[in-house]
Design a protein around this ligand. Sequence first.
Ligand code: GLU
Length: 941
Amino acid sequence: MKIVYQNVVWLLSFVAYNYLCFANKQNAITVGAFFSEENSQARLAFESAIYTTNLMQDNVHYNPHVEVIPKMDSFQCSKILCNLTQHYGMAGIFGPPSLTTTPIVQSICANLEIPHIQINWRPSTPFSERDTFLNFHPDPELLFQGLAVIVKSLQWRSFVVLYESNEGLIRLQDVLKIQNYNKDNKYNTILVKQLGPGPDHRHVKYFVDVLYLLSLFRPLLKEIHNSTETHIILDCAIESTIDVLKQAKEVKLLESVNSYFLTNLDAHTLDFSVLDTAANITTVRIINPGDPNFERALQNWQQYADVHYPELNINLKPFSIKTETALMHDAVQMFIRGVNELHLTGAIEPQKLGCHSGHRWRDGLRISSYLKAKIDPSGITGPVKFDPVGRRINFTVYLVEDNTVIAEWHANNPESINHLRSENDTLSASIKSLQKGVVIVSSRLGPPYLMERKPRYEGEIITGNDRYEGFSMDLIKAIADVLGFKFEFKLAKDGKYGNYDPKKKEWNGLIKDLLDGKAHLAICDLTITHQRREVVDFSMPFMRLGISILYKKAEMKDINMFAFLDPFSIEVWIYTATLYLAISVIIYFVARMAPGDWENPHPCDENPEELENIWDLKNCLWLTLGSIMTQGCDILPKGISSRMIASMWWFFSLIMTSSYTANLAAFLTTDKLESSIGSAEDLAKQTKIKYGTVEGGATQAFFKESNYSTFQRMWTNMAQSKPSVFEKNNGDGVRRVQTTKNRMYAFLMESSQIEYEIETKCDLKQIGGWLDSKGYGIAMPIDYPYRSAINTAILKLQEETKLTQLKNKWWKKMRTEPSCPKGSSEEKSAELALANVGGVFLVLAIGVSIAFCISVLEFLWNVRNVSVEEHLTYLEALKVELIFALNVWITKKKTKPKISESSSSHSGGDAKSIAQSILHGAGSFLHLNMLNKIGTPSRDE
Ligand code: GLU
């Protein structure tokens, strides 16, 4: 109903308009417009604006005069224009859109002083205030500045500028100035490439042409893909844009890691959904389709098209309106408003002027000057304002992502940009776009981060992500759950972490995968380092760690029970023992020869009949043994020569025992000496124990690049070591520590990995604290659009203690080997255990046992003597002596055993007790003789 009503109104208006045209034919003001296409949107806007104006007013009537002129033919164009000015008298000329024909139109209009109104981009050319030229298109210099500010606001560290024509390069001149090219700079972040002119779509008619069109840009796009750049600024004609992007998709340059910035102000008219991409595409426009003025204008255009061009079946949508259409609308509206206003102060009467007449239109300059000074606030491309030479200086550039305006740049505040999206909105938008594609995650095998999963039951076929398990897999799963994206795990070809090879001038491992665009994320125990940070981005760290030393604990088999023998070599022991025997024998003979050692056995008897020498072999052995054991002896030689030998022996004993004591201390603390490697400094100080790192890892790089003298020394040591002290991976390093003999290898490793290894490998230990402090992060291409989303997810997992739980799971719970008992500290093994001194106990035990056996033999021998002397049976004597020996409270013994009556009747003669014989042996003849004299008849008697 509404449409019917509107059409009726329009029909009536049309009739009225024609009537008025007829009635006021003489007062009509003719306005000319040049177009390159028969049915352009801008033409519709031009005609519609004039038509609507004529409907609304009756004082001035405008006659539109439209000419469709060839794009490239300036001569034809000049002829048409001159014809118009001569026959109609023009109040203003709009267009043409072509860069080739514009100069001639501009020149003729300037000559005749006819206002010349442009709506298309023109490279900045010097104009004067006397020129009748006005361009409603944003002033190029300001627009370029705006583009540069916008590109800066995208915070891309590097990008490729892809332009189609030379004009495109001019448009991007300010963008190119963001970073100055420096040939010494390792990373020049702006790459400039020309797309080539591209195909002329009007001539693509045949299948061959279509094929040509489809492959035209591919080699260049492939080259960009190989250059690992993911950010592209694309400046090309609106007609080529989708083709370029389609071809980019074919060469995998339209993935979720890629971000595009399209400089074409008509990019909003494109349907990006045909690309079906997760890439981030940012566009700019100067129109605001949500503006009520715009909606009204759109309605007018549609109605005009329905009435005047029903055969074209035009269906206009807010986002199908090109910038030039909106600019044409604003230009016509402002021109007419201006002329109307000037008409009030003095009639505007266009004059018929021949191009070569030499005349000028007196009102032309008046109109253009008036328009330049005027501000039109109602434009659908924003308020319109010009500088004195006719360049548009007031406009707004809208930055659009996913059909949402995310920022605005205003020409009157050119240095800054106004962000319209909150952090949260930005985040949810990025999460939404992340969910569209599949994220490729590159990793490497290495427990506990990623391991091949064994089938849970026989015959289970495992594919895709199920092939692996580990901390990295669980972490990315948890992040994917938080953000809701799908991912696919793949292993880096060379299994390396990521290291720069200055010779090949390329990266390897996981970093290479990211740079080659083969993966969107890289996850493993990948350390965040400044060198890697230059080429890729990292998420916030998900684990904190530092370099530490993995070393082997002292082994039990190292403990020697007979360590007390170690201070002397076996030869020294043999020589000492031989010497002991020899000296004892020498003393024996010398003492026999030395008169001083022949003593009076009865000192009270001044003239003894005989002299006695106590130095039998037994006593000699006893003397030398007592000396070397530093115990001394109860009897000492008295002869000069024997004393001399004894003192020499004492001297020898003194030196030997002190050397032994000193050496023993050193030998028993050997373990402690090795354990004294308690830090990197200790390792650096010595050269005996070798140490190394993983080849091409962050730890190796740490030592290589360190400025600290200890680490530099360690690096020199490591680099010069032969065979190499570097290992392919942590597992090999751990095995080398375990298997190197005498604990001669230590491995510099990251603390988290040490923690994992020493959990079940009880022969290993961590030495000292951390040499540095760093973290593992998820690597991603530079300026990866989903970095903050991933960071948010990691932070969430951290706050929910999920990361700690995951670490616990893979470091402890999932271990198949049992955990090492806690508290088996190094101090314990540094103490002297029983095993260290066990040999000493053993010697004591054996010695005491032998002594005990001898005592038993002595006892039995004595029993035999008693039985013989007392005429008892052996058993009787044994019984008597045994009972006596076991009566521990009896401390005195009669020289004759107390035997039963019957037994005693048989007894006769002297029975020597053990005490007696000992006393005898010790030379207590005095006492025995006394006893003999007093109570017992002597043998001689
Ligand atoms: N995490 C290290 C890296 O990312 C590898 C192991 C190491 O160097 O200790 O390079």
